[in-house]
Design a protein around this ligand. Structure first.
Ligand SMILES: Nc1ncnc2c1ncn2[C@@H]1O[C@H](COP(=O)(O)OP(=O)(O)OP(=O)(O)O)[C@@H](O)[C@H]1O
Length: 259
């Protein structure tokens, strides 16, 4: 039921906030089935780029196409409908259990309307049962089976981050956008999450675009890396090539000097 991975083409996107150019003519391509990292110093424009891709912000110019379909200007739910799901830098979960949150993730795939579900009509009940079984399967894949019926509010931070990832996967996306998936995690949790992301790609064949500050994680996982600095793309290539790029070294050195 997973949406097939398709090519994401970002062409010349520019975003301005009251005089500040957060993204300046940025282009890159995420090839189907690859892990692509978007990196750069603080304020480089990474989150802004994610917000454009997921329909939260509208670019002043440029285009974003997924599987050849123009998604520029689409609202977030329409972008999700095409098979693009995301997680957020700060955990965004609703009250209730892990299962409740994962069922929300399946919303785009649910056909029965609100009334049919509320009235517990047989077709709607069967459909809910099928979605719940798939949500439980995804929870198991992410090591969350023991937490499935627990309230998310009581869970440790690292587990809640995994719940967010599971919820995004519940939409059966072809492209997963992960905004700092290991931020705030301890080293063991970081390694575990890196392994999980690699396993997701291998098992589902989907594409992953991730924003991440943890360079070890980027180097371990990414096939391709795009580097932003002050809203501009300064490098794009394999992790090895990007790591040795003088413009990238200068950008990160500048950040250390400013710190
Ligand atoms: N809603 C907004 N209104 C005004 N300025 C914004 C807004 N969102 C981002 N910016 C500015 O745009 C620039 C890019 O910010 P963005 O959050 O995209 O960077 P980032 O690379 O994600 O940074 P970080 O690594 O710190 O999360 C920054 O100068 C930021 O202050």
């Amino acid at each position: 039921m997973t949406a097939p991975a398709a090519r994401l083409e970002v062409r010349g996107i520019t975003v301005r906030f009251a005089g500040l150019t957060a993204l300046d003519d940025v282009s890159f391509t995420v090839e189907p089935g690859t892990v692509h990292a978007l990196i750069g110093p603080n304020g480089a424009g990474k989150s802004t780029c994610f917000n454009v891709l997921s329909g939260v912000y509208r670019a002043a110019s440029g285009s974003v196409a997924y599987g050849g379909r123009e998604i520029t200007g689409m609202p977030p739910h329409a972008v999700t409908g095409l098979g693009i799901a995301r997680t957020f830098q700060n955990i965004v979960l609703t009250a209730g259990t892990v299962a409740d949150n994962l069922m929300l993730g399946r919303h785009r795939l649910t056909r029965a309307g609100f009334a049919a579900t509320a009235l517990r009509l047989p077709g709607a009940v069967r459909e809910q049962r099928r979605h719940r079984a798939r949500a439980a399967e995804i929870a198991g894949f992410l090591g969350l089976e023991a937490h499935f019926d627990q309230p998310v509010g009581a869970l440790p931070y690292g587990v809640r981050k995994r719940v967010e990832l599971a919820r995004a996967l519940c939409a059966e996306p072809g492209l997963l956008l992960l905004d700092e998936p290991v931020a705030g995690m301890n080293p063991a949790e970081r390694l575990e999450t890196a392994d999980t992301i690699a396993a997701i790609r291998a098992a589902l064949g989907i594409s992953v675009l991730l924003v991440e500050h943890d360079m070890g994680m980027v180097m371990r996982l990414a096939d391709t890396v795009t580097v932003l600095d002050f809203g501009r793309r300064i490098a794009d290539g394999t992790p090895e090539a990007v790591q040795q790029d003088p413009a990238v070294l200068r950008a990160y050195l500048g950040q250390e000097e400013a710190a």
